[in-house]
Design a binder for this molecule. Sequence first.
Ligand code: ACO
Length: 433
Amino acid sequence: MLENLEPAKLELEGKTYLLPTVRGSEGEKAININSLRKDTSYVTLDNGFQNTGACISDITFIDGDKGILRYRGIPIEQLVEKSNFSETAYLIVYGKLPDNDEYHKFADTLNSHSMIHEDMLNFFHGLPNSAHPMGILSSMVNSLSVFYPEVYDPERENEAFDVAVARVIAKIRTIAAFSYKKSIGEPFVYPKHRYKYCANFLHMMFASPVNDYKLDHVLIKALNQLLILHADHEQNCSTSTVRLVGSSQVNLYASICAGICALWGPLHGGANQKVIEMLGYIKDQGISVQDYLQMVKDKKNSIRLMGFGHRVYKNYDPRAKIIKKTCREVLDHLNIKDPLLDLAMEMEEAALNDDYFIERKLYPNVDFYSGIIYKAMGIPLDMFTVMFAIGRLPGWIAQWKEMRDFKPVKIGRPRQIYTGPNLTDFTPMQERK
Ligand code: ACO
């Protein structure tokens, strides 16, 4: 629900302008500047969109100061405890929890779309073994649009939407597992209809023609939890990318491909890989926790404590809290003693008691402990961000759909303040100094 409030007064060059203001259902307030440029000839400047509400949305609510995250109103703590990834995906995409029939129909549709077109295997064969799985994933998701081109027609997209949703959620998991098999030179393992979403993924990753993979219910539960915790996070970098690219009315697959590329960066989803690399480096080099924190705090270095800090959370990331607990459970269950977990916990404790981190309100984020769980599951380092992408998919889809359904339809097109040269005549080559 959007409520109109008293207009804000803006004084500019001796004139007063009234700007509409609104309040969302959780009390967040905004000044609507849609007509600012038309009325005043001014635009707003907001580096990194730190203060810009790009849309109104019904999907996800975050209170970064209180450490709250809810999908369609439901706290993530409850979803992690009581739901699974497929059900949460349905909730995020369709806006309500499915009833029994809806859930089974959705799960069956995921199953029926879980294979990828055999011709797509040619792409895998053409890629070098060294290809980063995020590069493979983004290319393959984009190539879904050429294998299933009907989604190109915006008029027909609504009808095809349910199929496209199931197709992309089901196939991303197959593509991810195939890209791993490609990287280790093993034959692809096909999905099995009798397995549910996460079990099927682990099966495709770790079974082989000579070796069945014994499904482990603790790992399946942990994977469901991790994917649920990544499923949406309102207007983050990759989601905003999906919305912006999709606003040109390009198809769902191309928009999601762009989101995958945005997620890849180390300041976003790529951080889960960087955390493990950082912890490994600290351990291998024998650097003490305090010395590393000193390096991070020294502004002459550009080193950051990976897995710490967040644009929105100025409190403990609620996802990190759950993941830390799951991490301990998985390692105990597998009887693994990972020195990186001890190091991560020591680092967290030291950082949370350090003035630099306290003053800046820097806490562990979702990426700080997730990599340790993936490592324990046997998922290789360069696949960690792929796992994030599989989890984030329902959010990207829901945000894309919400953006497409919003009226009036507007292509995303920010303004700028130009600071380059004024009018300059072309100088012929021979006269250039
Ligand atoms: N280590 C050390 N210092 C940090 C860190 C960090 N991880 N994060 C922020 N800071 C410091 C900055 O140097 C800055 O200090 P200053 O005020 O003295 O200049 C201050 O905290 C504010 O930082 P910004 O970069 O302005 O914060 P912003 O909101 O733009 O960035 C970000 C958020 C990108 C997540 C940042 O905290 C970071 O780089 N973290 C490490 C990478 C990471 O873990 N990314 C994953 C984020 S979660 C996700 O995307 C899924």
